[in-house]
Design a protein around this ligand. Structure first.
Ligand SMILES: NC(=O)c1ccc[n+]([C@@H]2O[C@H](COP(=O)([O-])OP(=O)(O)OC[C@H]3O[C@@H](n4cnc5c(N)ncnc54)[C@H](OP(=O)(O)O)[C@@H]3O)[C@@H](O)[C@H]2O)c1
Length: 277
């Protein structure tokens, strides 16, 4: 090799190394045509319920930005404008129609994705039952109670059952459910006979799953998340200091990343604290 050839070869190697390091540092990179071409191959797949607004939308955005494949589910994809925009910018995001109380639809979706490993099944969809009147002693509306239980407790259980094989086939193997500290039996205040119990119920369901040998023997890690008081439609008009969905979700993604067999079955606040039952 002549001196010139050696210099050219060396320069080419340096450029390659530089590009490689730059790609690693940059994470997912978009081409002008919007095609994800780097750093996504090694990321996982997350399925999110209630992905069209609030915390679920922010989960979708942040996982997409990290280069994850996102199966973003919501009740009405046609009206999910912001979610559609995220999907337009990130080819790894697909939108699927799903109401978590529609069990046949859950089964159909599970069948559709039968060959897709799902690293994180993220049960996020939830409702409060809103009308606080229907949640105070003497005025409890059992229809509202049943509806809140169907979304907040039975929905996540049905999702976990339907997608168990998909999670078991993945690398991360995580089933995560957004709960609330309001579900803690030791909470210091009274009242709230519907929403709190629905979250307490999903806590015990997921805690039980995290200790179920038929689940854990497959390497599946089941965990619970408490997002803090977050500025979404859910908390509209509630006079409490709130954090942004961005802060809450960034914290929860770090918690999800850090969940292990040892910490499975705990309820973790977005900032890492363990929430007592
Ligand atoms: N925000 C807070 O401070 C806070 C605190 C503690 C816990 N959480 C929990 O965090 C989760 C997300 O709350 P958020 O603040 O993002 O609430 P949000 O802004 O009200 O969003 C709720 C999401 O759940 C979806 N959803 C409702 N019923 C559904 C159903 N039957 N099937 C599928 N999706 C359904 C909604 O879809 P539609 O648009 O179709 O209604 C929406 O995407 C909930 O589980 C909530 O309990 C929130």
């Amino acid at each position: 090799m002549s001196n010139n050839s050696v210099t050219e070869w060396f320069a080419a190697q340096m450029v390659r190394i530089f590009l490689f390091v730059a790609l690693l540092a940059a994470g997912p990179v978009m081409t002008t045509s919007g095609v994800l071409f780097a750093a996504s191959a090694d990321q996982g797949t997350v399925l999110i319920t209630g992905a069209n607004r609030g915390i679920g939308l922010e989960f979708t955005r942040q996982y997409a930005q990290k280069g994850w494949k996102v199966i973003a589910t919501c009740r009405n994809p046609g009206a999910a404008t912001e979610l559609q925009m995220i999907a337009g910018e990130h080819p790894g995001v697909v939108i699927e129609q799903l109401d978590v109380t529609d069990h046949p639809r859950i089964d159909t979706l599970a069948e559709k994705y039968r060959d897709t490993p799902i690293d994180v099944l993220l049960n996020n969809a939830g409702i409060s039952g809103r009308h606080l009147d229907s949640q105070s002693a003497g005025r409890i509306d059992i229809d509202v109670f049943n509806q809140v239980m169907a979304v907040n407790n039975i929905g996540p259980l049905k999702m976990a059952e339907a997608f168990l094989d998909h999670v078991a086939a993945s690398r991360e193997k995580k089933i995560m459910t957004v709960s609330s500290s309001v579900g803690s039996i030791s909470k210091p205040f009274g009242g709230g006979y519907i929403y709190g119990p629905s979250k307490a119920a999903v806590d015990i369901v997921m805690r039980s799953m995290s200790r179920d040998r038929s689940v854990t023997d497959r390497g599946i890690i089941v965990g619970l998340l408490s997002p803090g008081v977050v500025d979404t439609d859910f908390m509209k008009g509630v006079p409490m200091p709130k954090i942004s969905p961005q802060e809450s979700v960034a914290g929860m993604i770090a918690i999800i990343d850090g969940f292990t067999v040892e910490t499975a079955g705990t309820l973790r606040r977005y900032n890492g604290e363990v929430v007592g039952w």
